[in-house]
Design a binder for this molecule. Structure first.
Ligand SMILES: [Zn+2]
Length: 293
């Protein structure tokens, strides 16, 4: 609820500075955005100094879970949506040159039913539909939550997992003009969450894919705005990150989230690896009108 209230305040601020760049980056900070400071900037005086979050390798892959497919769409339809969202981000160019980062949809499927990172073990960047949303202690108003596992001291993203709230559906594939408010366009939600996967935080630009709230039936976030592209070109300009393209997750590929050692539970950060979860919520105004109806 605190998140939704903050977003409503941000929307009020936007009118005064519509032309300014509005995109923000994720950081290792635990401070939340505020009305006066919608972007959280790293504080270099903390121990360790706060960092911007970013992948330090030029290629990563993401896999859909087998354990929790959406009841509203076929597997093929969900995989098609994921492919299109990935292609949208991969297509970003900076002054005509492609960004220095490539994301693929893996052919393999995972057994993950929530975010997981094994420090010292195998991993997979996963996408899963969650039925027992409340058990994960997520915001009930959220369509989705992406957990970005990162090394706190360097800001390097190690793993990222996307949870989709099955209870906020039914999900569908809307026509280009959008759906009525009974259907949630899956590509609209997934494309926003992919931005978090890549290290972008919320933008105050209402037309941006990374704007923090959405309504059912909306398709605005399927396409990137100039604001989103500017953020990507800042984080991953052509030629960066350097290194060989290798889609293998850190610690090797392990598609099985049900077994294995070294589990780090989200929400209980211990040691140098921290999870950071950002979500896409229904705006406060939409919730209020829904309650009246
Ligand atoms: Zn979000």
């Amino acid at each position: 609820m605190r998140t939704a209230l903050t977003l409503a305040c941000l929307a009020a601020v936007l009118g005064a500075s519509a032309d300014a760049a509005a995109w923000c980056r994720m950081t290792s900070s635990r401070r939340a955005p505020t009305v006066t400071q919608p972007c959280v900037f790293p504080d270099p005086t903390t121990d360790p100094p706060e960092q911007y979050l970013e992948w330090r390798r030029p290629c990563t892959g993401i896999a859909l879970s087998v354990s929790s497919p959406s009841a509203d769409l076929t597997d093929e339809e969900v995989l098609g949506v994921l492919s299109r969202s990935i292609a949208t981000w991969n297509a970003v160019t900076c002054d005509g040159t492609p960004i220095g980062y490539d994301l693929i949809l893996m052919e393999e499927r995972t057994t993950c039913d929530g975010p997981l990172y094994r420090d010292g073990g195998g991993n997979v960047n996963s996408v899963e539909f969650i039925y027992d949303w409340a058990e994960h202690m997520y915001d009930a108003n959220a369509f989705a939550v992406t957990t970005v596992w990162h090394r706190r001291s360097t800001g390097e993203i190690l793993d990222a997992d996307m949870d989709l709230n099955e209870r906020r559906g039914p999900y569908g594939i809307c026509p280009p003009e959008g759906c009525d408010t009974r259907i949630v366009d899956l590509e609209n939600v997934v494309t926003h969450e992919m931005g978090h996967y890549l290290g972008l935080a919320h933008s105050q630009e209402r037309d941006a894919t990374m704007y923090a709230s959405a309504v059912a039936g909306e398709v605005l976030k399927r396409d990137l705005a100039a604001d989103d592209i500017e953020g990507m070109c800042t984080i991953y300009p052509p030629g960066r990150p350097e290194g060989e393209c290798d889609y293998t997750p850190r610690g090797g590929l392990d598609l099985d989230c049900q077994t294995g050692c070294c589990t780090v539970a989200p929400g209980r950060p211990g040691g140098p690896i921290w999870p950071l979860a950002l979500l896409l919520v229904i705006p406060l105004r939409a919730l209020a009108s829904r309650r009246r109806s």
